[in-house]
Design a binder for this molecule. Structure first.
Ligand code: PL3
Ligand code: FE2
Ligand code: FE2
Ligand code: FE2
Length: 231
């Protein structure tokens, strides 16, 4: 999948590795922190799922603690300003949707887009991670599948009256993920992660989810192509 065997030769203590890690680690910490507050906000919009969503939020808080420990273990200070900027567009689109009670867009952003992004990134990272981070990331990625599943199930059960809204939210938010991937490409490569592999895993995961929700192959192709239009 584009991952190479150079991975075994990574030196986790070089200046170059730790510099790239200061941004990637911050992105992951910020992503987990945003996921935590997004699930708590979703619980406000979906009081009947308050208990489930609060559980998911707590998992995200644990993930954040785990990745914070990964940075500390490598003696890296995460660049949180960079990470906040990195997530700012998705963050503001989530907040806009929340303000209007738009559950469909909130779920698409958090449970589909962000979780698929996390699952792709973490799966690609695991084989090239330092042993400490590998253990933590393996535990985290298992939870992310549950989070994705929550969104898939709800959207599947409401497919008929949310299809149009989902397509619109996809068109608005998928191009942002493309920009994010481009912004992380250089640093990810230093960590042994190829952009092509990230894109491939993301598209496979995201397409599978759209299929579970109820979209047909033609819809999925059309919606995936939206990622390529300029945001
Ligand atoms: C949701 O539970 C978590 C959201 C986190 C989003 C992560 C996106 C990561 C993109 C950068 C790729 C590097 C991954 C490295 C892992 C330490
Ligand atoms: Fe070393
Ligand atoms: Fe998480
Ligand atoms: Fe998650």
């Amino acid at each position: 999948m584009g991952q190479t065997l150079e991975a075994v030769a990574i030196d986790y203590h070089t200046e170059a590795y730790r510099d790239a890690y200061s941004r990637i680690n911050a992105i992951v910490i910020e992503g987990e922190a945003e996921a935590y507050s997004n699930y708590l906000q979703l619980a406000e919009l979906m009081p009947e799922f308050n208990e489930d969503l609060t559980k998911l939020a707590k998992m995200e808080d644990r993930h954040k603690k785990g990745f914070t420990a990964c940075g500390k273990n490598l003696n890296v200070i995460p660049d949180m300003d960079f990470a906040k900027e990195f997530f700012s567009e998705l963050h503001s689109n989530f907040q806009k949707a929340f303000a209007t009670g738009d559950i469909v867009t909130c779920l698409l952003i958090q449970s589909l887009i962000i979780e698929c992004f996390a699952i792709a990134a973490y799966n690609i990272y695991i084989p090239v991670a330092d042993p400490f981070a590998r253990k933590i990331t393996e535990g985290v990625v298992k939870d992310e599948y549950l989070h994705l599943n929550f969104g898939e199930e709800w959207l599947q059960n409401h497919f008929d009256n949310t299809k149009t809204n989902l397509e619109q939210a996809n068109r608005q938010n998928l191009p942002i993920v493309w920009k994010m991937l481009n912004q992380v490409e250089t640093d990810a490569k230093v960590l042994g992660m190829e952009k092509e592999a990230l894109v491939e895993d993301f598209m496979i995961q995201y397409g599978e989810s759209l299929g579970k929700i109820g979209f047909n192959t033609r819809d999925i192709m059309k919606m995936s192509a939206m990622g390529l239009v300029a945001a």
